[in-house]
Design a protein around this ligand. Structure first.
Ligand code: AMP
Length: 210
């Protein structure tokens, strides 16, 4: 299974990617998580990415593709993978094709901007492993603590309302055209965001036939 998850920031790509990863026993490659870890560790890539990420802008394509190329070459990706948050621009999708990375499906999670804005205010992420939670829709078992690794849950800097607005604009301008890109290749599938996480997972499983 080689799957791309498309959708606006906050559509639930990360949450669904974690669930599908476990279900299909393939790794999730989340460029957002990789960048956040790099920023936390102060690596050269992290330092390069920081200003873009914190203001809701896209990190330059070359930086992203370097990360993805390296990660996909690791042995655990041999049997498939889920790409969460990449590609995010047409040039990134073209670069993936040039690298010979051929996905089976690009699945877009459809959601309105209004729902996103409402939802982002409650999002919490693990500062250690990147897992995401929501204070109302997907609360951790213990407040402020990650269910998976016990790490501290924090609010992402780029989830501030003004930055969310900027990220949605970037999504509509740069990322949404990818739907037509994959449609033209016969690979696009869409699923509507559902009221709960399990219902969205169920809708995705139906669309993917898994
Ligand atoms: P995410 O966790 O996927 O919402 O990503 C958080 C931020 O990381 C984005 O707002 C971008 O600044 C940056 N980022 C993640 N993936 C990409 C990508 N494929 N291309 C450019 N920037 C990215």
């Amino acid at each position: 299974m080689k799957l791309i998850l498309l959708g606006a920031p906050g559509a639930g790509k990360g949450t669904q990617a974690e669930i599908l990863s476990r279900l299909c026993a393939v790794p999730t490659i989340s460029t957002g998580n990789i960048l956040r870890a790099a920023m936390k560790n102060g690596t050269p890539v992290g330092l390069q990415a920081k200003a873009y990420v914190e203001s809701g802008k896209l990190v330059p394509d070359e930086v992203i593709m370097g990360i993805v190329r390296e990660r996909l070459a690791e042995p655990d990706c041999a049997g498939g993978y889920i790409l969460d948050g990449v590609p995010r621009t047409i040039p990134q999708a073209e670069m993936l094709e040039q690298l010979g990375i051929d996905v089976d499906v690009a699945l877009s999670i459809e959601i309105t901007d209004e729902t996103i804005v409402e939802r982002m205010s409650g999002r919490r992420v693990c500062s250690h492993c990147g897992a995401s939670f929501h204070v109302a829709n997907n609360p951790p078992k213990e407040e402020g603590k990650c269910d998976l690794c016990g790490g501290e849950l924090i609010i992402r800097k780029d989830d501030a309302p003004e930055t969310v607005k900027a990220r949605l604009e970037v999504y509509h301008r740069e990322t949404e055209p990818l739907k037509a890109f994959y449609e033209a290749r016969g690979k696009l599938r869409t699923v509507d965001n559902q009221p709960s996480i399990p219902e969205t997972t169920a809708a995705i499983r139906t669309v993917l036939g898994i």
